[in-house]
Design a protein around this ligand. Structure first.
Ligand code: F6P
Length: 367
């Protein structure tokens, strides 16, 4: 570090998630307190870096935001400097670099998911000093066992399923609850197991509609006249595809999943006696205040990111592995998805207590 003030930029890329403000606060306060650093907030993810929309963050700006949902900096899940949606998908990475240099930044903290880490990796290869912080409710980032935001999403989905449980019991219904999670089943698995769902359907295990119907019918016959089915938005039937809610052409990842809960309910209706209803939890899983666990994970990730910048450990993402905090190269995270392995302990434990994963031959699939 030279005698000039240490200057660090922060941006929040991709979709928002509870805990972003807690990370911003932790990065900024740690660097201000320990290194007398100047902090620059970059607006709306990489869009602000490309277009030069930035603001100086003072201590007062990052105070009182620990518990607040969303991000004080704004986010964009479309702004990719290597294919920028506002300029016919042109590569404008040189403009992002120009902003970085004109701000005299010593480093940049990119808080985001796999898309953000892939962009961060490419920008760091161009010479930016970047440290990534793993965010996403989906918990699908490679290199870390946990991302912040996941615990909050699981808590929200669990509470929703608990509430659906009581109305399902009253009306003797089959209730299908669809969670987010993209191509990974982490939210459905954790919330489904926590609320004692009878069936959990995740993208990692294609479901057999007959096996799902048989669980419902067995429960109907045995006098347990309701069934709770947790289904991840990326789940697919054995002989079908993923349910795509929308295609957003100018987004780096154009597909938006959603609606498989309705597909399942529609097919199930003809195979069971009880009434079937669907609830799609949607963006409520991403909103509001983070859980205590996510607040503390965010604070720890943020403080570690700050110390990595101060010690010039660039081109890496903060990570949590096997109960310890560490970091991994951005190159190991970029363009990958961490799905639920079939030997996952929670998956196996849920199965051991009788939860169906929509297949009668799960043991064979696992082998
Ligand atoms: O990655 C987070 C997430 O909420 C996914 O679970 C979901 O598939 C997607 O983002 C929704 O994206 P959007 O906010 O663009 O609808």
């Amino acid at each position: 570090m030279n005698s000039e003030p240490f200057r660090v930029g922060i941006l929040t890329g991709g979709g928002d998630c509870p805990g972003l403000n807690a990370v911003i606060r932790a990065v900024a306060k740690s660097l201000m307190l320990q290194h007398d650093a100047e902090i620059v907030g970059i607006r709306d993810g990489f869009q602000g870096l490309i277009e030069g929309h930035v603001e100086s963050l003072e201590h007062v700006d990052v105070s009182g935001i620990l518990t607040r949902g969303g991000t004080i900096l704004g986010a964009s899940n479309k702004a990719n400097p290597f294919a920028y949606y506002r300029r016919d998908n042109a590569d404008v990475s040189a403009e992002a670099m120009k902003t970085y240099e004109s701000l005299n930044l010593d480093g940049l903290v990119t808080i985001g998911g796999d898309g953000t880490m892939s962009i961060a990796h490419r920008l760091s290869e161009m010479g930016m000093n970047i440290v990534g912080v793993p965010k996403t409710i989906d918990n699908d980032l490679v290199g870390t066992d946990e991302t912040f935001g996941f615990d909050t999403a699981v808590s929200i989905a669990t509470e929703a399923m608990d509430r659906i449980h009581t109305t399902a019991q009253s009306h003797h219904r089959i209730m299908v609850v669809e969670t987010m999670g993209r191509y990974a089943g982490w939210i459905a698995l954790h919330a489904g197991a926590a609320s004692g769902a009878d069936v959990i359907l995740i993208p990692e295990i294609d479901y057999d509609i007959e096996a799902v119907a048989e669980v419902c019918r067995t429960r109907e016959r045995s006098g347990q006249r309701f069934t709770i089915i947790a289904i991840a938005e990326g789940a697919t039937p054995i002989d079908g595809g993923m349910a795509v809610r929308e295609r957003i052409e100018d987004s780096p990842d154009p597909l938006r999943l959603g609606g498989i809960g309705n597909v399942l309910a529609h097919e199930l209706k003809d195979l069971v006696s009880s009434a079937v209803r669907t609830t799609i939890l949607g963006h409520v899983q991403r909103g509001g205040t983070p859980t205590a666990y996510d607040r503390n994970l965010s604070t720890t990730f943020g403080a570690i990111a700050a110390s990595m910048l101060a010690t010039e450990q660039y081109g890496r993402m903060v990570a949590y592995q096997n109960g310890s905090f560490t970091s991994v190269p951005l190159s190991e995270v970029a363009d990958k998805t961490r799905t639920v392995p079939l030997d996952n302990a929670l998956l196996q434990s849920a199965q051991a207590v009788g939860t169906s994963f929509g297949r009668n031959d799960l043991a064979d699939i696992r082998d």
